[in-house]
Design a protein around this ligand. Structure first.
Ligand code: G4P
Length: 525
């Protein structure tokens, strides 16, 4: 590729993830987008619908599910001159630290909210990471074909609970059975859910924002309510600021109904106008790598283990940060300084086959891995040593005590734990004054994968005693008095030896804060 070709290819890329709580409509929206991109012909093909009666202990089922999720982990398609990469952020039983880490590999995020439920816990958690990265976040409020909450209320909730300004790009006219459309202030038109002329669902607006021609909704109460809401927003709402949007300080908000395919196309088109192309990535030494640098570089943000014991290979997901990837190319693995040939690449869902052989900054490649990679690894070509900034550590929420079933097999137990921890599969803690092994995770699946892999890859049967969910808070070692610990706040240390308390619940945490007001407690992300 010439430098001009590389620049054209990179500037076309738009790489994002959808952040939402389960059931808000992420899959339905993704499917609509894939339909626009010509990648699927029918909705309902991404997630095996109806197969949700998934038994946690049934590995065949997980295998099947994971088989699907590898191809749909990254979905690539072309739309309106852009090449879009949607990175899946698994929720439900698949929620894990990988879901968080995926957000380190995107350039923007789409937040999908259920109009009846508002902000839900998983959205809040994922949002926090996007905010920390300062990436643009675009909001789609879904399910307006059902009864939803007052849109003004929803705006308030986003601003208050997430701490981001909102800018409604459109405003709903009615909801539920009376959902008539949206007043699209950005595109200067009214979009109708049930237009008389199906080929022309829009009513253009004049310079004053009034419907130019005859307005079939003029006498409807829903129209009047929407206009009142719009007036309030115009008067008291935020000014649109592209600068703030790009910094992640303001979120453009859209309303619609993914199920009836209302509003998704407008959302995608408008999103593409503002969403940024791949930008530079920080290195550990403070330098930055520019996407148009002709040398290839990237980092591993997720490793997916194959649950089939006969195929132990894993897939390392790499975000390309600069240059161009060619199948079969030789790179340096920064951690070891050793050369590696990248010949075995996995296919993602795409409407062209070229993505497997060629990828540029902004794209994701999946490398078959026999144990070379760890999460956070940097790979690159060229002479300059490239080490990307460390991926953040996330605060685990679920904990188990783990022991080897067979005390004679301590060696394989320790080897397995150490490798899986290094790989980022789970986090390891020790009792502060004991040798207890405590594992932490953000999702239950991480423990199950851990157990399965210990047995199958390290021949080590493990016993796991659930400790339940805890609030983990690190404490400055200088302020620590081991007497502060109790059964409600268990004192442990992380793999660096830093002390932290595992609080039973919010109540125990607050009680501690009141008792020791001068003690500083910190959470990771
Ligand atoms: P998720 O990936 O965020 O978990 O959500 P998903 O798209 O699977 O949607 C969750 C449920 O909400 C699905 O119903 C889906 O059909 C429905 N849904 C999504 N968007 C809308 C919308 O705009 N309006 C309405 N009314 N419903 C919507 P389900 O019954 O759980 O699944 P299915 O059996 O219908 O597939």
């Amino acid at each position: 590729m010439t430098s001009k070709q590389l620049a054209d290819a990179v500037n076309k890329r738009r790489t994002f993830a959808i952040i939402s709580h389960p059931d808000a409509g992420k899959t339905t929206i993704t499917e609509q987008m894939l339909l626009f991109g010509g990648i699927v012909r029918e909705a309902g093909t991404v997630k095996g619908r109806g197969s949700s009666n998934f038994a946690k202990s049934d590995w065949m089922e997980i295998e099947k599910k994971r088989g699907i999720s590898v191809t749909s982990s990254v979905m690539q398609f072309d739309f309106e001159g852009k090449r879009i990469n949607i990175l899946d952020t698994p929720g439900h039983e698949d929620f894990s630290e990988d879901t968080y880490r995926t957000l380190m590999a995107v350039d923007s995020a789409v937040m999908v909210i259920d109009g009846a439920k508002g902000i839900e816990p998983q959205t809040r958690k994922l949002f926090k990471i996007c905010k920390m990265r300062g990436i643009p976040i675009f909001t789609f409020i879904n399910k307006f074909d059902r009864d939803a909450r007052d849109p003004l209320d929803l705006m308030n909730e986003i601003e208050e609970t997430l701490g981001i300004e909102t800018y409604p790009m459109d405003w709903p006219i009615g909801m539920g059975r009376q959902f008539m459309g949206v007043y699209d202030r950005y595109n200067h038109r009214v979009a109708l859910t049930h237009p008389k002329d199906k080929d022309n669902p829009y009513l253009p607006l004049d310079d004053d924002g009034k419907v130019k021609d005859e307005n079939p909704l003029a006498d409807e109460g829903e129209w009047k309510d929407a206009m009142d809401g719009m007036e309030l927003i115009e008067m008291a709402g935020n000014q649109f600021s592209e600068d703030k949007v790009l910094k992640g300080d303001q979120t453009p908000v859209f309303f619609g109904s993914a199920l009836t395919n209302f509003g998704v196309r407008t959302f995608l088109t408008t999103y593409l106008k503002f969403a940024p192309a791949p930008s530079s990535h920080k290195l550990e030494n403070g330098d930055e790598v520019e996407p148009l640098d002709p040398e290839f570089s990237g980092f591993v943000f997720k490793i997916q283990a194959n649950m089939n014991p006969r195929h132990r290979d894993r897939i390392a997901f790499v975000r390309v940060c600069s240059g161009e990837f060619d199948k079969g190319m030789d790179v340096t693995l920064e951690r070891t300084g050793k050369p590696l040939r990248l010949s075995n690449v996995t296919e993602f869902m795409a409407n062209t086959r070229e993505n497997v052989n060629k990828a540029v900054a902004g794209d994701i490649i999946g490398l078959y891995d026999t144990g070379n990679f760890q999460i956070g690894d940097s790979i690159y070509t060229g002479k300059k040593d490239i080490k990307f900034e460390k991926l953040p550590q996330f605060t685990p929420e679920l904990f188990v005590r783990v022991t080897a079933k067979n005390v004679m097999k301590q060696k394989s137990f320790h080897k397995g734990i150490n490798q899986l921890v290094q790989e980022g599969a789970v986090q390891l803690f020790h009792g502060y004054n004991s040798n207890d092994y405590i594992l932490g995770a953000v999702g239950q699946l991480q423990f199950e994968v851990f157990k399965f892999r210990m047995e199958n890859e390290y021949n080590s049967q493990v016993e796991m005693e659930p400790m339940g969910s805890k609030q983990a808070r690190w404490i400055d070692p200088d302020q620590l008095d081991p007497k502060m610990a109790s059964s409600r706040n268990i004192l442990v240390k992380d793999i660096h030896g830093d002390p932290l308390f595992l609080f039973e619940n919010e109540f125990a945490l607050n009680w501690f804060k009141q008792k020791y007001p001068d003690v500083k407690l910190t959470a990771k992300l």
